[in-house]
Design a protein around this ligand. Structure first.
Ligand code: CU
Length: 76
């Protein structure tokens, strides 16, 4: 979901228990860090997946490009 220094879509809505996968289609390394959790580096062509068990709104950023790359996972 990463392209040209952005997350697409920035906000996604999922059901509790579902897994979200971020795939890096950009030419640069990015990261996915859910607020308060570990930072996950995602290189070119790589993916990282996170399962969300608890409902809530989870803000996330790429810690390398905080200004441009932010998003949210809304878990219902
Ligand atoms: Cu980035």
């Amino acid at each position: 979901m990463v392209k040209s220094y952005r997350f697409d879509p920035e906000t996604i809505v999922v059901e509790a228990g579902q897994t979200v996968t971020w795939t890096n289609d950009d030419n640069f390394t990015h990261t996915v860090q859910i607020e308060g959790r570990e930072d996950r580096e995602v290189g070119r062509g790589e993916s990282t997946s996170i399962t969300f068990d608890q409902p809530g709104t989870y803000q996330y950023v790429c810690t390398l490009h905080r200004r441009d790359m932010q998003g949210a996972v809304i878990v219902r």
